[in-house]
Design a protein around this ligand. Structure first.
Ligand code: PAF
Length: 290
């Protein structure tokens, strides 16, 4: 397993891989790796010859009152998991290396960051698109894997990749779930046992909306209400439970068509947790649970 800390060394390494005929797979992460990340690495390994996992807790995507300082940093364990899942390189730069003195370039999308998480985290997606653009510039031609749990992030990265002509193929990988259906997330580590038990309401809420949709329910308001009712009483607060267009993420009103995103964000015991399902495309998150 090769460990790289300097951005330009990482860039040269990816160029060397390609020069020797190897395809590069990229898995950007903030570390605290879990089975969901392992699935991203395994998917990248199926599509590429050398898989690079980036581990960088990106300061620009955290708001001033958010969990940047307490975000888990577990590099040694991350390297072990990444290697076991099939990665050959870990790129773990410092904040100073990624944002050196004088850095002032930011990548900002106009519409996609406005909805859902963007409403409560107004600077978050600019930080995400900026750091992912930097990583794509360094990695060059590659296949990059991202989780569908961060669905809005995935759509934004797809849009940015097209708009900026990055030679990167973006792959959305299905969410990996715990036995009770809770989506794997580095932030699940924040949950005390009583909060972890209550978190089961999150996939249950999505399950109820999937069932209502399967029974013919098409009203946006009623689909949102079905999911909200299950989750609201179990969590500390609800940021949103929203039905949106599955491509543009724009909020829908009235009736949904053939497919629609149902996404939610809740706060529970100090953690902010998100999850989603694409109605008309995916089944219940409880069925996919391991
Ligand atoms: O999904 C994440 O872990 C992060 O938002 C990403 C894409 C690695 C950018 O920092």
């Amino acid at each position: 397993m090769r460990k790289v800390f300097a951005p330009l060394e990482f860039q040269s390494l990816c160029e060397e891989f390609r020069a020797s005929g190897k395809r590069v797979g990229l898995v950007p992460t903030m570390g605290a790796l879990h089975r969901g990340h392992a699935a991203l690495i395994e998917e990248a390994a199926r599509r590429a010859d050398e898989v690079v996992v980036t581990v960088f807790v990106n300061p620009t995507q955290f708001g001033p009152a958010e969990d940047f300082a307490k975000y888990p940093r577990t590099l040694d364990a991350d390297i072990e998991l990444a290697q076991a899942a099939g990665a050959s390189v870990v790129f773990a730069p410092s904040a100073e290396a990624m944002y050196p003195q004088g850095d002032e370039t930011r990548v900002k999308l106009s519409l996609l960051p406005r909805f859902l998480c963007g409403e409560v985290r107004p600077t978050h997606f600019e930080g995400v698109s900026t750091v992912v653009a930097k990583l794509f510039s360094l990695a060059g031609r590659s296949v990059a894997c991202f989780g569908r749990k961060d669905y809005q992030q995935l759509k934004l990265i797809e849009r940015m990749t097209t708009d900026l002509f990055f030679p990167v193929t973006v792959i959305g990988v299905p969410t990996v779930r715990e036995e009770d259906g809770l989506a794997m997330s580095s932030r699940n580590r924040y949950l005390a046992p009583e909060h972890r038990a209550k978190a089961r309401a999150i996939p249950l809420a999505l399950d109820r909306a999937v069932a209502a949709y399967a029974q013919g329910e098409r009203s946006v308001a009623r689909l949102e209400a079905v999911a909200r009712e299950v989750v609201a009483s179990e969590v500390d607060s609800v940021d949103y439970v929203t039905v949106a267009d599955s491509q543009s993420i724009e909020l829908l009103q009235g009736e949904v068509g053939e497919r629609a995103l149902l996404a939610l964000a809740v706060r529970l015991g100090g953690a902010r947790l998100i999850d989603n399902v694409v109605l008309g495309e995916e089944g219940s998150p409880l069925r996919g649970a391991s």
